[in-house]
Design a protein around this ligand. Structure first.
Ligand code: HEM
Length: 269
């Protein structure tokens, strides 16, 4: 190794010019600080081996290559021209911070026209129409019309209640504590037969039996979300089955507590 250095460092330029094999590598230069710091170790060339190959047998090109590997040139200073800068091909590179910010700005329209990566020039992604209905609308499940009378009856009709007759209004009226049963004050709940029940089947005087209890439903008629007509279907009779078929989840006993008239009893009791 040292032999090679000595050979290169002390070689006569004239001779080197004549014998290019002895030319020093272009870097570092002969007067460089790197060369000055290289330890000068006196080693006989016969003691130096590069693997199985002796240093004396190596070509100058190989030697220069290996030396340049040992002492690589310092990296070049980082350039201020970033990748963002390449978006603006006409701007000149600068090293100041302000220029960095400037170079990071989006290109002007005239300049951007020369940039092929603009989103407006990119081809639109292909849309998959397989999940679109033939009509052009999204294939959302549609509501099918009832096919049987039973289905039509099961579908509930929305009834527009008159102002002041909402469920909240009914709750307010009920919670007022007013007796809505129609019974004279102080009269205890009656024992009502089916014959008696049948005699109360008009809008102004409508009774129905639900779960063995008879209620005066006339005050509730206009509050019923299902409408007066539907509610009147159970007037003057036992409406338990019809009620449960319609909306078994409704707590009728609490809703109609003020409308309680009496208990339904067998005909001959
Ligand atoms: C006196 C007993 C009854 C009471 C206290 C009552 C009360 C109610 C209440 C609170 C609702 C709203 C429930 C909900 O939307 O989930 C309702 C809805 C309804 N009720 Fe009644 N109901 C009675 C009897 C009946 C009867 C006998 C029928 C007819 C057979 C009927 C037909 C309906 C219908 C069709 C709706 C649906 C209204 C809608 O969805 O807008 N109800 N009822």
């Amino acid at each position: 190794m040292a032999f090679l250095w000595r050979k290169m460092a002390t070689s006569n330029p004239t001779v080197a010019g004549e014998h290019d094999d002895d030319a020093a590598p272009p870097f570092p230069s002969l007067a460089s600080a790197q060369r000055a710091t290289v330890p000068q170790i006196e080693i006989d060339s016969n003691d130096v081996e590069y693997g199985a190959q002796s240093g004396a047998d190596k070509s100058p090109v190989t030697i220069a290559t290996e030396l340049s590997k040992t002492y690589m040139p310092p990296p070049s200073p980082p350039r201020r021209q970033s990748a963002v800068h390449s978006l603006s091909p006409t701007s000149t590179p600068s090293t100041g911070p302000a220029s960095v910010v400037k170079s990071a700005r989006a290109p002007r329209t005239s300049q951007a026209n020369t940039t092929p990566s603009r989103s407006s020039e990119r081809p639109l992604p292909k849309f998959n129409f397989s999940n679109v209905a033939p009509s052009g609308q999204l294939a959302v499940p549609t509501v099918t019309a009832p096919t049987t009378l039973a289905q039509a009856r099961q579908r509930r009709e929305k009834v527009a209640l008159d102002p002041g007759f909402s469920q909240l209004d009914w709750a307010t009226l009920k919670n007022s504590g007013k007796d809505l049963s129609g019974r004279p004050n102080g009269v205890p709940p009656a024992r009502i037969t089916l014959d008696e029940l049948k005699r109360h089947s008009t809008h102004e005087d409508a009774w129905t039996a639900l779960g063995g209890k008879v209620y005066n439903i006339s005050p509730y008629l206009r509050y019923h979300p299902g409408g007066v007509k539907e509610l009147m279907r159970c007037a003057g009779r036992d409406g338990t089955k019809l009620f449960n078929l319609t909306h078994v989840w409704v707590n009728y006993d609490r809703m109609l507590s003020n409308c309680f008239v009496g208990y339904l009893v067998p005909r001959n009791s």
